[in-house]
Write a protein of this length. Structure first.
Length: 333
């Protein structure tokens, strides 16, 4: 019996949804969805709903996902009448709100990034296993080996070690947890995009609209006394993760949003200022020549911090306001 079949036998009537938040992922989403549709097949499928939440793509993401077998849900249709905000967390929040509606809502939700290439064949099963087999588990964080690849996907010299990717994780997120929430320093990839949770948990938590969503949900779960805090968090080995590696100046924006969310959850005041990036420019007109050669110029780019928190999905579904909120600071422990 396959792992999928064994886990399906443990569902006990629970409905499972797999959600892929996607923005302009036409190159990867079709193959990824096609590999997951097997989980929805047969008389007793493990997955009941395979959803691609299209976050306003300008390419053929929606068409590719639908052709491969996913149910495509646009962000406006997921939560009608609510002004759309930018960000990955916004898409996830809208998916959770939508999945709790209807006569047969999802009980477990598994998130998978839509830019994965050649994922582990049991990625979804490994994320769901602790929720289905270990009572008291509410959140399962996946972790990968992260080879650092160069432009176009070419492997660099670090490919052999397979552990030089995840730069924001290793240089910001994990040191930050060690400093402010040491009880979570065992979490290998706190801002990884592959994880699963009970909808009961997700319904109680605010969602940062941007890249801070992953660490925000982790910190809020740790602080949630209803589910049991840290004891309710499990981890799953998902093998090797291959996806696009972004340049450092783009990772700076991600880091700023992760930091803002983590500080808020730990009760540390944040200035709210955006990050200024310094980017090399062409030689400036009227440049000054020195004995060390021609001086090159730099251009600056400041991106405002636009990330906010959406209120818990369950509260919105019960008729509460969907407008952004200031999330209460979680305990420091």
């Amino acid at each position: 019996m396959t792992l999928s079949a064994r886990l399906a036998a443990r569902k006990d009537g629970r409905r499972i949804a797999v959600v892929l938040p996607a923005l302009d992922e036409e190159e990867t989403v079709g193959a990824l969805v096609a590999g997951l549709t097997r989980l929805c097949e047969g008389p007793s499928p493990l997955v009941d709903d395979l959803v691609v939440l299209d976050s306003g793509s300008s390419d053929r993401t929606a068409e590719c996902a639908a052709a491969a077998g996913a149910r495509v849900l646009g962000r406006e249709r997921a939560v009608p009448g609510v002004r759309v905000l930018p960000g990955k967390g916004e898409a996830m929040w809208r998916a959770v709100v939508a999945l709790g509606n209807g006569p047969r809502p999802a009980d477990l939700v598994c998130f998978v990034d839509a830019d994965l290439v050649d994922p582990h064949p049991e990625l979804v099963e490994r994320l769901l296993a602790p929720l289905l087999t270990r009572p008291g588990t509410a959140l399962v964080k996946g972790y990968h080996r992260r080879p650092l690849t160069g432009p176009g996907g070419a492997c660099g010299p670090d490919e052999a070690s397979g552990h030089e990717g995840g730069r924001v994780t290793e240089l910001l997120a994990r040191p930050l947890l060690a400093a402010l929430r040491p009880g979570l320093r065992h979490v290998r990839q706190p801002i990884g995009g592959e994880y699963a949770a009970t909808r009961e948990l997700l319904d109680r938590l605010p969602f940062a609209t941007g890249y801070g969503v992953d660490i925000g949900l982790l910190l809020d779960t740790d602080a949630d006394t209803v589910v049991g805090g840290t004891a309710a968090i499990a981890q799953a080995d998902l093998g090797v993760r291959r996806h696009r590696n972004r340049p450092l100046h783009e990772l700076g924006r991600t880091s700023r949003e992760v930091l803002a969310t983590a500080l808020a959850r730990c009760g540390v005041e944040d200035s709210g200022a955006g990050l200024t990036a310094f980017l090399p420019d062409d030689v400036l007109p009227g440049h000054v020549r020195t004995g060390h050669g021609t001086e090159t110029g730099w251009r600056t780019e400041t991106r405002p911090l636009r990330q906010v928190d959406r209120p818990p999905p369950g509260r919105v579904r019960d008729g509460g306001s969907a407008e952004p909120v200031v999330a209460p600071a979680a305990r420091v422990g």
